[in-house]
Design a protein around this ligand. Structure first.
Ligand code: MN
Length: 255
């Protein structure tokens, strides 16, 4: 017990030294942070409290037949919950000097290169799933709207070509990860990340950077019960669920 405590103290002190001064985000910048548009209170670091699993914005069976009820139930209540639980553990293990500078997940991602891997996996898992649930909706799909539609057409020539490139990136991801459409200084790009990494994380290994506009979970837990090994079928189903109004809102706020 004693040994564990001193080890934990050592880790805390080391982490505090390694962090030095955290990149402070000004209040003005916060107004345009990605997490704002996703009901910010869900992603704030709770003061003396715990991160909690945000309510799913629809019933488990609401995305049928494209994503089945059992997959949604397990994905949300088991997988997403586990990221939240483990994020709380990882956060509690941080040195107080480090933790006090992390006001929300934007701060966590901006300092990702200086934080433990448990923060990376679980803050990523919490944000990515929260984002994923909120950029899909029952009876979604159709075609992009607003300025995002213009940007997609300007960047990819057509919506079909955009979908093809997004699907290609999804098929090429080996193992678990995510596909993203991001905006970076108004420019769109498609890419994928491994595990629970995301384009907001300050990490050299994350190749795509920018504000998320759309995300697709490529972990087998997201589709295996219905689609088994057929990732392509799952990707095709996703186009029936995208909330393009929300994606446009995220794009317009991503300046
Ligand atoms: Mn998942």
């Amino acid at each position: 017990m004693k040994k564990e405590n001193s080890r934990r103290d050592f880790i805390k002190k080391s982490a505090a030294l390694a962090l030095g001064t955290l990149a402070a985000t000004s209040v003005a910048n916060k107004a345009l942070a990605t997490t704002d548009i996703l009901e910010k209170e869900m992603l704030l670091v709770p003061e003396g409290g715990k991160f909690t699993l945000p309510k799913l914005p629809y019933e488990y069976d609401a995305l049928e037949p494209h994503i089945d009820k059992l997959t949604m139930e397990i994905h949300y209540s088991k997988h997403h919950q586990a990221y939240v639980t483990n994020l709380n553990k990882a956060f509690d293990a941080l040195a107080p000097d480090v933790a006090k500078n992390l006001a929300d997940l934007d701060d966590v991602f901006a300092n990702m290169d200086k934080l433990p891997v448990a923060m990376r996996n679980n803050a990523g898992g919490h944000f990515n799933h929260t984002f994923f649930w909120r950029t899909m909706k029952p009876k979604g799909g159709g075609i992009p709207t607003g300025k995002l539609a213009d940007a997609i057409n300007a960047t990819y020539m057509s919506f079909d070509e955009f979908k093809k490139q997004f699907a290609d990136a999804s098929m090429k991801r080996f193992g678990s990860g995510w596909t993203w459409l991001v905006a970076n200084k108004g420019k769109l790009s498609i890419g994928s990340t491994a595990n629970q990494d995301n384009p907001l994380m300050k990490l050299d290994s994350v190749e795509i950077k920018g504000k998320p506009v759309l995300a697709l979970d490529l972990w087998e837990h997201a589709y295996y019960l219905k689609n088994q090994n057929r990732r392509a079928d799952y990707i095709a189903s996703f186009w029936n669920l995208v909330d393009w109004e929300k994606a446009n809102e995220l794009f317009e706020n991503a300046k």
